[in-house]
Design a protein around this ligand. Sequence first.
Ligand code: HEM
Length: 367
Amino acid sequence: MQKISHPVYYADYLQLERLLSSQSPKSAEHGKPAHDETLFIIVHQAYELWFKLIIHELDSVIHLFEGNYVDEKNIGVAVSRFSRITEIQKLLIDQIRILETMTPLDFLEFRDFLFPASGFQSVQFRLIENMLGLQPEQRMLYNKEAYYASVSAEHQEIIRQSEGKPSLFKLVELWLERTPFLDFHEFHFWPSYRAAVEKILQNDRDTILNNPLSSAEEKQKQLQELAQNEENFAAVFDEAKHNQLIEKARRRLSHKATEAALLIHLYRDEPILHLPFRLLTLLVDLDELFTTWRYRHALMVHRMIGNKIGTGGSTGYHYLRATVERYKVFGDFIDLSTFLIPRSALPELPEKVKKNLGFYYSQKSDE
Ligand code: HEM
């Protein structure tokens, strides 16, 4: 066993003296101690600690994805770090219930002492958003100002710098664009996939037209629905249309990366594509859990302050509800389900390609 010259003491290691003396209720300072302010402070501090860990995990994954090559082993590392983040997020959503044991009337005992401080000024929260890839153009103005205007000059600098760094979204997009399997030996994914989709759409059309049980009116309605489906596919097959949607901010993921993400989803059963598939799924989980937190926080705020403005000065509940839909980062990855086709309709992979996508071991008979 390693010889330790100074035995580590629990309280010192965790710096508990500092940590546990960092709760200073404002109500007590004003000579009107409010019992629930301690809960309010500790819940916020717990959030900030978890935010710190999320940043630590995101930072490490961003580092793994920087550069022109991602070692296959690192996909597994990224998957386990994202899984850790999603578990933390579930805890963060649940934690709201602890705060809700405080009633709106109890909150009013100390709320006025907090002006103009607000969770809106959480620098770590902004760093997480920017590291994930929330774009400045997506953000709403806040009191007619940028989202960072209400924090100190030093914090503004930190937030502005994080806007300029490569985000997880960008790095994953670049990684997808480098996927070697889109054109691999004699297999060309995009034309094969397109032919399979066209066959499915033609089958659907024939089924509608030849169904003896449906009326002309019903057929018309079904054909209209099919046309909508065809239009969705047309927008993904035509790169120029896809780029127009990107220009209009209705899509974000590049065409090449979209092709690769679809390939990964459709051929996820091939061993080499399974971890990339888990990674893409975790990005969707992560985004969805953030959206859930935003929604849950907004509901809590509604219940706590009704339609009053926030301590930070926003329209409170209404501002927060609007962020729920607007502040998604990996929406394009969620939309991919529109373009999935059943396994039975997937183009068969050539044997040589299949071999390259699988793990094959041979055992010598004399061993
Ligand atoms: C009684 C409890 C709470 C109330 C009434 C409340 C209220 C609000 C309001 C009204 C806003 C909008 C900005 C403003 O005008 O102030 C806001 C934003 C925010 N709050 Fe809370 N909050 C509470 C608890 C929390 C907790 C526990 C956290 C955890 C860190 C938190 C984090 C945030 C964040 C990050 C924002 C910015 C959201 C965005 O801009 O998208 N809040 N909060």
